[in-house]
Design a binder for this molecule. Structure first.
Ligand SMILES: *Cc1c(COP(=O)(O)O)cnc(C)c1O
Length: 398
């Protein structure tokens, strides 16, 4: 806990969080502390350090150094009600640590069917080998989750909105049922960030960010985090230490640097993405826009009730056509890079095929999907680019 208790607003917190004087030593940013060995004054000092709680204490590089602690503290302070945060070298490593801190052989995991594909891979791979069974559930299940819970159910993994198809989950309904049954909830909150969905305050036990996306914000580092409610911190910390997890100080520095502007970047991502989503909804060749802030997105009512804003990632469904027609649109885009990941300052597009990563919710779309990450370019330029792309799609579709 640092400056968490001051009654300040998120924008101010983003600027101030994690910048403890003992870590900055007078400059504005906490510098990059690179190190493995920590040198002690004498044997007594060495023993005393090792005997106590090692959280945010200089002990050995694997337990972190002030550069990592600063970002972890800052992320904790964005989540009212949270105890602490652990950093990881990627978002997937964060998801793995969160799951492993809760699950043991014989347990069952309920995993949302619209989860990020590598999260599914972890469940069907490593967790299966460990003797944990996974049951996939419909992202729109809401309070119906109660009927899926069995005696072995230990954790429910949520991701809202869902990867590629953007269904918004009824997180409060699921959390209420989970709490009553003593089941842990884990949320992949990468899309909304704590600025648009303060997950711990909403009752989630462990909230995951792929910091690679909006926290880093510049497509130049891999980083993940898990922020824990007080009841779940000790297990998360111990599991993460046992796994030997440590984020590099250079990447943590880039995460802290990105965090300072995350609020203004998200505000612009939100505004530009909404403008483009609304424009797309009117275009010939577009069957449906899957943006949580638009009524055409499944779960939109829940989004409007629970979220404080929307970010820059959404998808749209082409009206008919096949993969070749979709490719005709994507291959000629001038301002959208063709690449995975998102959350950076630059716009990206990918062909999205959610049906390949679903097992219990087969949805029928009118045509192929394209996922867009709307960056910080001028929206007029992006719209003109998409307009030319849709013309190519329509010509190829025939
Ligand atoms: C990218 C992503 C991740 C994984 O993050 P990495 O840093 O790439 O490992 C996890 N969840 C979601 C929703 C993502 O988009």
């Amino acid at each position: 806990m640092t400056d968490d208790d001051l009654p300040i607003k998120p924008a101010t917190r983003l600027v101030q969080a994690g910048r403890r004087a003992e870590w900055t030593k007078g400059v504005v940013n906490v510098p990059v502390w690179r190190g493995s060995t920590v040198l002690y004054d004498n044997v007594a000092h060495m023993r005393a350090t090792g005997a106590g709680d090692l959280h945010e204490k200089l002990f050995y590089g694997r337990k972190g150094l002030p550069t990592q602690w600063s970002l972890a503290d800052a992320l904790t302070s964005l989540e009212p009600g949270a105890e602490a945060t652990f950093l990881y070298p990627s978002g997937v490593a964060a998801i793995a640590a969160a799951l492993l801190s809760v699950l043991s052989p014989g347990d069952e995991l309920l995993l949302v069917d619209s989860a990020y594909d590598p999260t599914r891979g972890l469940a069907t791979g490593l967790l299966t080998r460990m003797g944990v069974t996974t049951r996939f559930y419909d992202p729109l299940v809401g309070a119906g989750i109660a009927e899926l819970i069995g005696p072995a159910t230990k954790a429910i993994f949520l991701e809202s909105p869902g990867s590629l198809s953007f269904e918004v989950q009824d997180i409060p309904a699921i959390v209420e049922i989970a709490k009553a049954r003593g089941i842990t909830t884990i949320l992949d909150n990468t899309w909304a960030t704590p600025l648009f969905f303060p997950a711990i305050e909403k009752g989630v036990d462990l909230t995951v960010l792929a910091c690679t996306k909006y926290v880093v914000g510049h497509s130049d580092a891999m980083l993940g985090s898990v922020t824990a409610a007080p009841s779940h911190w000790a297990a998360l910390r111990d599991t993460s230490f046992q796994l030997g997890q440590v984020a590099s100080p250079d990447d943590a520095y880039l995460g802290s640097r990105g965090l300072r502007t995350m609020g203004v970047r998200l505000a612009q991502h939100q505004q530009s993405a909404l403008a483009i989503a609304k424009w797309l909804a009117e275009q010939p060749g577009v069957a449906q826009v899957l943006h949580p802030a638009l009524p055409s997105c499944p779960g939109h009512d829940i989004f409007a009730r629970d979220f404080l804003g929307s970010s820059g990632l959404f998808a749209f469904v082409l009206d008919g056509g096949n993969d070749a027609a979709r490719t005709a649109m994507l291959d000629g885009l001038a301002h959208f890079g063709l690449g995975f990941s998102w959350g950076g300052y630059e716009s990206l597009a990918i062909p999205a095929d959610p049906h390949r990563y679903r097992s219990v919710t087969k949805r029928d779309f009118a045509g192929p999907l394209i996922r867009l990450q709307i960056g910080l370019e001028d929206t007029d330029d992006l719209i003109a680019d998409l307009d030319r792309g849709l013309a190519r799609f329509r010509a190829a579709r025939g």
